[in-house]
Design a protein around this ligand. Structure first.
Ligand code: ZN
Ligand code: ZN
Length: 413
């Protein structure tokens, strides 16, 4: 489901339509770039039909918007599922349990104050909805068949409010005007809601390099912005722009583009894996350990961009196993850098899944996953060169390959 949101440029006020995953607003009118931020989940409204003057105040009911890829490791191996849904977040009877495809049919608006409008609180825990959500969309993963580990990677959480109004007999859906609940059924319910809270509003952060003041670059959906003036990279965190360590594996003249990976250096004490040599041995990889592999700290190479789960796991496994062939170094920002669309904290969720995927004999790794904790020592964003070979992009140092078309598809995940 692809959602569109109509934002206003904070500089000139012009309306700009963004995709749901877009975080960088580049205004086509005044050219100013701003990063979108929110305290907690982003909140959007389904626009009410501009009804007659008798419409009165609106009551907004929250739906949790959830988009994620869930991976599950069990006796049966590794399964995955893309979750893309909305779930009613308030126990008001008579309302549809999901919004279905409706949010797709119209532009969402960021939450804004309307006179007298009230908002029902989200009163179902997101975690519970997530659990039920995976079941409700027909997937309980490997649950029940001794599931060892489950992780959601690349979560998008937001709230979408459905506007409700009253006519003389019913609470009605203010988008379609359909009657939903007879008013007499509401008497016993407390539906006062809360007024608009300014903290819910999207705020904007100018996309300027905190180090040199130059304009930062990035596509609309990127989560790490780069400065080609001082060769720095910036991640948007809770406290504004935070500098991110990054490196690049130099590519030859035939390089088509550079794909970003999070290199997460971490030990897993429960499995006695702290060096690359430990990892090769523990996972029964058919490789003769190199002489220095015991001294080389183990890193997990997780794609820093969204792709289909099968491709994601295949790339993570190929690069993690072949990391000894890579020698990334400090470099310059170049135009061929592909957007980072998966945050580092999401990539961290994929480390144990990657470890599971690298185990040639699952029995020696998978049953130990429930108690396994990561001790993360470092994280670096690394851009790796890929060369176009027909329909495939191939990483020349490791032979890792990705179908070229999945990159565009992945942006919609
Ligand atoms: Zn503007
Ligand atoms: Zn700079």
């Amino acid at each position: 489901m692809e959602l569109r949101v109509e934002q206003s440029c904070p500089q000139c006020g012009a309306p700009v339509t963004l995709a749901e995953t877009d975080r960088l607003l580049t205004c086509p009118y005044c050219g100013v770039k701003n990063f979108l931020r929110s305290r907690g989940a982003f909140r959007y409204l389904l626009p009410a039909r501009s009804g007659g003057p008798e419409r009165g105040e609106l009551l907004y009911v929250p739906y949790l918007r959830l988009k994620s890829t869930v991976y599950s490791v069990s006796e049966n191996g590794i399964a995955h599922r893309i979750i893309d849904t909305t779930r009613l977040g308030h126990p008001l009877p008579g309302l549809p349990p999901t919004l279905g495809v409706r949010p797709q049919a119209m532009k969402l608006a960021p939450v804004t104050p309307g006179t007298g409008d009230r908002f029902l609180r989200m009163s179902v825990k997101a975690g519970a909805l997530m659990e039920n959500g995976t079941g409700a969309v027909g997937w309980s993963g490997n649950r029940g068949r001794s599931e060892y580990h489950r992780a959601a990677v690349g979560d998008t959480f937001s709230l979408i409010y459905l506007p409700l109004a009253r006519d003389n007999s019913h609470l009605i859906d203010a988008v379609t005007d359909n009657p939903l609940v007879p008013l007499e059924r509401l008497e016993s319910l407390s539906l006062s809601g809360v007024p608009f809270n300014p903290r819910w509003q999207t705020s904007f952060l100018p996309a300027l390099c905190p180090r040199c003041g130059w304009s930062l670059d990035g596509a609309g959906d990127c989560l790490v912005l780069t400065c080609d003036n001082c060769d720095s990279a910036w991640e948007v965190g809770d406290h504004g722009l935070q500098r991110t360590d990054w490196q690049v594996q130099p590519g030859g003249p035939e390089t088509s583009l550079y794909l970003p990976f999070w290199k997460i250096t971490a030990a897993v004490p429960a499995l006695a894996i702290s060096s690359f040599g430990d990892f090769i041995e523990r996972c029964n990889q058919p490789l003769l350990p190199g002489p220095l592999w015991r001294d080389r700290a183990m890193s997990y190479w997780i794609p820093a961009f969204k792709v289909r789960p099968r491709t994601f796991l295949r790339l993570a496994r190929a690069l993690t196993v072949s990391q000894w062939r890579l020698r990334p170094e400090d470099g310059h920002v170049v135009p061929g850098f592909f957007s980072v669309t998966l945050a580092e904290k999401e990539a961290r969720q994929a480390v144990k899944i990657t470890l599971a995927a690298c185990a040639v004999s699952p029995d020696s790794v998978h049953p130990a996953l429930p108690g396994a904790r990561l001790k993360v020592a470092a994280r670096t964003l690394v851009f790796l060169p890929f060369t176009s070979h027909g329909y495939e992009l191939v990483q020349p140092h490791t032979g890792a390959a990705v179908p070229g078309n999945v990159l565009q598809f992945g942006r919609k995940l």
